[in-house]
Ligand binder design. Structure first.
Ligand code: 5GP
Ligand code: ZN
Length: 219
C-alpha cells in the first residue's frame, strides 16, 4: 500500500540516486521528501530490518540504536545546512558582512563568522507517523512550500506532535505519547517565527508564512 512507499528506497537506494536519494550507506538512506513541507525537507531512513517497521517511540528505546541514529542525523544536519547556505547564503545579512570583510583591503585578521544554518533546521519524528517505515525528518524551519496544503501539515511540524530527536529517550509519562488526546493537530495556528496566532485561518497563515520566509532568508 501507499503507506509502504518508503520501503523501496531502503531496499534499492542506488535505483533512486541522485534524484531522490541524497546518500546511502549500509545502515541509512537519506532522501528528499517527495511532498516537502519546507523549502528543504529530507528524511533519514534507518535500514535495520529489526527496526524499520517499528514506531519511532519503540525503536528509540534501544539506546545503542538511538545513539547511532542521532549520530547520523548530525551528519545529515551538516549536509542540509550546507544546502541552505548554497540556496540562501547570498541573501543573508551575515554572508554579506562576511563577503565585505573578505574583499576589504587589507582583509581583517579574523573574518566574521557566516550564518550558522544548522540553527535553522529541525530534526525529529511525528508522534503518529503516516508512513510505515521508520523515518526521521530533517527540515528547514520555514514551513514554506506549495505542498503544505492542509491544516494538519502545518501543525504536525509546529506543535509537540513533532518530537525532536534530542528529546529521546522519552520519559514514560511524557504527554506526547498520547498525541490524539492532546489534540495537537487541531490546535489554533501559531507562526513558528513571530508566535502570532492565526486561529484556524489557514489561507492567512499561508500568506504570512511567505512573508516570514522572505525575511528569514535575509536575516
Ligand atoms: P510521516 O507523517 O509519516 O512522519 O511523514 C512521512 C513523509 O514521507 C511525509 O513528509 C511525506 O511527504 C513523505 N512521503 C510519502 N510518500 C513518499 C514517497 O513515496 N517518497 C518520498 N521521497 N517521500 C514520501
Ligand atoms: Zn510570523
Amino acid at each position: 500500500g501507499v503507506r509502504d512507499g518508503l520501503g523501496a528506497y531502503i531496499a534499492k537506494p542506488e535505483k533512486y540516486a541522485p534524484d531522490v536519494v541524497v546518500y546511502h550507506n549500509d545502515d541509512f538512506v537519506a532522501i528528499h521528501d517527495m511532498f516537502p513541507k519546507s523549502s528543504l525537507h529530507l528524511l533519514l531512513l534507518p535500514r535495520d530490518q529489526t527496526k524499520t517497521r517499528m514506531h519511532p517511540f519503540d525503536a528509540f528505546e534501544d539506546a545503542e540504536f538511538l545513539e547511532k541514529v542521532k549520530a547520523e542525523t548530525r551528519t545529515l544536519l551538516k549536509l542540509a545546512a550546507g544546502e541552505l547556505r548554497r540556496k540562501y547564503g547570498k541573501d543573508s545579512a551575515q554572508e554579506q558582512t562576511r563577503q565585505a570583510a573578505l574583499s576589504a583591503d587589507p582583509p581583517p585578521d579574523e573574518l566574521p563568522q557566516g550564518r550558522d544554518w544548522e540553527q535553522d533546521i529541525v530534526v525529529g519524528v511525528h508522534a503518529v507517523p503516516s508512513m510505515n517505515h521508520l523515518h526521521i525528518h530533517v527540515l528547514s524551519v520555514d514551513r514554506y512550500s506549495e505542498r503544505l496544503k492542509h491544516r494538519k501539515h502545518y501543525n504536525s511540524f509546529s506543535t509537540p506532535f513533532f518530537v525532536p530527536i534530542e528529546d529521546f529517550p522519552l520519559a514514560e509519562d511524557d504527554v506526547r505519547r498520547n498525541p490524539t488526546k492532546e489534540g495537537y493537530l487541531k490546535r489554533d495556528f501559531t507562526c513558528w517565527r513571530c508566535n502570532r496566532g492565526f486561529g484556524n485561518r489557514f489561507a492567512e497563515l499561508k500568506q504570512h508564512l511567505e512573508q516570514e520566509f522572505k525575511e528569514w532568508k535575509k536575516l
